[in-house]
Design a protein around this ligand. Structure first.
Ligand code: ADP
Ligand code: ZN
Length: 587
């Protein structure tokens, strides 16, 4: 073929060519890039080593409006391709590469397919060049990870004083929230190498290979210390071992055991810190979370509106924005978008603008791009309709307003309507003023009313209810039942511990008596009474404070998160309805 006419160029030359708008088209291959210059610049063909992260590369290409194709084949020459595949190492590499392509947008490395060296491909080596400034909207996570940067930079300081540096940090959050980016930024800030591997790649390959790859990974990390090992999708190997009724997956278990062994085999002070990411922490094998392993957990949340503005700003730095573009407005319309969705949005809008031969990206491009992306996301059911969003907002404010008037530990400290994925559409956070081990009767009553405040708000505002309160109702019922059967908070029945047949409270108890017909009926009636009263009280509160309910909901819909002083200030205005104090007293 025409390989003879292709000459090699340095990667920096390639970038120069791209930025000078001289490049016609780029073919991205696993180990190299091939490109040709435009006719007016001689139409010459070059190849260069692919050194950059694929996502970054594509960003550069799109910014400069260079077309590209991605090819899974390394060479057009079939004979040499077959020769290459004969080496198992490369075969594995090629498979993994293809899967990477299938999971488009994963932004994996394209550098370093070492011929015959299977393990080289999966590590993205070298300094990442990513800084904390590139990650936006996740201030808390950044703050916690800042400490890890210090461990890496000033290991000696900790060693000297005899402090044990943690070995493993688990990043927990929905896909695309920036976990990988954060891990890279830690390496970038500390200026240390970043070795990364996706856990699914450990187990995709042949039996026994997973464990040996883990071994290699750690061996390599120790040679490069201080450094970061990043394991993406930890749940792929870290699933709880006891959970599989059809017998375990031997390959996965071997790999997991090897990982545990490796983690126990070094000290954090050796300068290797493991960062792993998962969106399903609940299925992880508990052994992974033991002290000395992944004992630190950092939540990487979906961004709130303010966070989304920041992320949009980061990503639109590299594109030319038209004057009519209002990032705050866009942020307001993209509730539920993760960082990756927003990055994608900016890029789609830029593509749209380029396709329309515009000099800058206009608001219209953003709108069009948004529609496309939302259509895609809705299939994964993550985006709320406007009505749903409103319902969730009223519901959460309902909890907060009722809680504001209740004694003790029912005060609400944060409300959010940023969707969490996996079911929760919004949440309300209650933080007791101090650690409480005892709850007084009035507080318990208040707690029940607070739980029912969400449902009550839906009733007051919409005159109909959603399914969103099922968890609240469950909790309220449990609490009301416990008040009577365990805490003896009923004058009628007195301080006797009861348990109904089949009650979950029976589990670890020997001292409770089973009850028969009459008492059981009485308990049921009392529980129902308590719930009804709390429910009525919650409604009364919200009806009396209807205006505050409205205005607070509007603020929440706008900002998506309310906490701290903002929230206190609003809630301090809540008025108590008649009869509330009496209702709180023991009955
Ligand atoms: P995760 O590992 O959580 O699935 P990634 O870190 O791979 O997510 O995110 C994919 C891409 O989305 C990043 O490379 C970045 O371009 C963009 N992105 C995601 N989260 C953020 C964020 N918080 N700030 C800026 N960009 C982000
Ligand atoms: Zn609720």
């Amino acid at each position: 073929m025409k390989t003879s006419t292709i000459s090699q160029s340095a990667y920096s030359t390639f970038i120069d060519h791209v930025e000078a708008q001289q490049v016609n088209h780029v073919v991205i291959k696993p180990s190299r890039l091939e490109y040709s210059l435009k006719d007016e610049f001689g139409a010459q063909k070059f190849y260069t080593k692919a050194e950059q992260n694929r996502a970054d590369l594509i960003k550069v290409l799109t910014t400069n409006q260079v077309t590209y194709t991605i090819s899974a084949q390394n060479s057009e020459d079939t004979a040499s391709l077959i020769a290459m595949l004969l080496s198992t190492g490369v075969l594995v590499g090629a498979f993994a590469w293809l899967t990477k392509l299938a999971g488009a947008g994963a932004g994996g490395g394209i550098g370093g397919i070492g011929l015959g060296k299977s393990k080289a491909r999966v590590y993205e080596q070298g300094k990442t060049g990513v800084k904390f400034a590139d990650v936006a909207g996740v201030a808390e996570a950044k703050q916690e990870l800042q400490e890890v940067v210090d461990f890496l930079q000033n290991g000696a300081k900790y060693k000297q004083i005899g402090a044990k540096i943690p070995k493993g940090v688990l990043l927990v959050g929905a896909p695309g929230t920036g976990k990988t980016l954060l891990a890279k930024a830690v390496a970038g800030e500390a200026g240390v190498p970043f070795l990364s591997m996706s856990a699914s790649e450990f187990v995709e390959v042949y039996v026994g290979v997973g464990a040996s790859r883990v071994r290699d990974l750690f061996a390599q990390a120790k040679r490069q210390a201080p450094c970061i090992i990043f394991i993406d999708e930890l749940d792929a190997i870290g699933k709880s071992r006891g959970n599989n009724p059809n017998g375990g997956n031997d390959e996965r278990e071997q790999t997991l055991n090897q990982l545990l062994t490796e983690m126990d085999g070094f000290e954090g002070n050796e300068g290797v810190i493991l960062i792993a990411a998962t969106n399903r922490p609940e299925i992880l094998d508990p052994a992974l979370r033991r002290p000395g392993r992944f004992d630190r957990q950092v939540l990487v949340d979906r961004p709130d509106k303010k966070g989304r503005i920041e992320i949009l700003q980061v990503h639109s730095q590299k594109v030319i924005l038209g004057e009519d573009v209002d990032l705050t407005l866009i942020a307001g319309q993209t509730s539920g978008f993760a960082g990756a969705d927003l990055a994608n949005l900016v890029n789609e809008a830029a593509l749209m603008a380029a396709r329309n031969n515009r000099q800058a990206v206009l608001m219209a491009d953003f709108s069009e791009a948004m529609e496309r992306i939302i259509a895609g996301l809705e299939k994964r059911s993550r985006i709320l309709t406007d009505t749903e969003r409103k319902t969730v907002a009223y519901h959460e404010v309902g909890h907060a307003l009722v809680g504001a008037l209740m004694p003790g530990g029912s005060k609400v400290t944060k409300i959010s309507i940023v969707p969490r994925g996996l079911g929760a559409l919004g949440y309300t956070l209650q933080m007791p003023e101090e650690d409480r081990f005892l709850m007084l009767e009035d507080e318990l009553r208040g707690q029940i009313a607070t739980l029912l405040g969400g449902r009550a708000a839906e009733e007051v505002v919409f005159k109909k209810v959603s399914t969103g309160a099922s968890d609240d109702i469950q909790k309220a019922t449990e609490l009301a039942e416990k008040a009577i059967t365990q805490y003896g908070m009923s004058k009628d029945l007195g301080p006797i511990a009861f348990a109904k047949e089949n009650s979950q409270f029976l589990n670890n108890s020997t001292s409770r008596r089973s009850v028969g017909g009459e008492v059981a009926t009485k308990i049921d009636r009392l529980v129902k009474n308590n719930i009804d009263q709390a429910h009525q009280m919650a409604r009364k509160i919200l009806e009396l404070n209807r205006e505050l309910l409205e205005s607070t909901t509007q603020i929440l819909l706008d900002r998506e998160v309310l906490d701290g002083a903002q929230l206190t200030q609003i809630l301090d205005q809540a008025k108590a309805p008649e009869g509330m104090q009496e209702w709180l007293l023991p009955q």
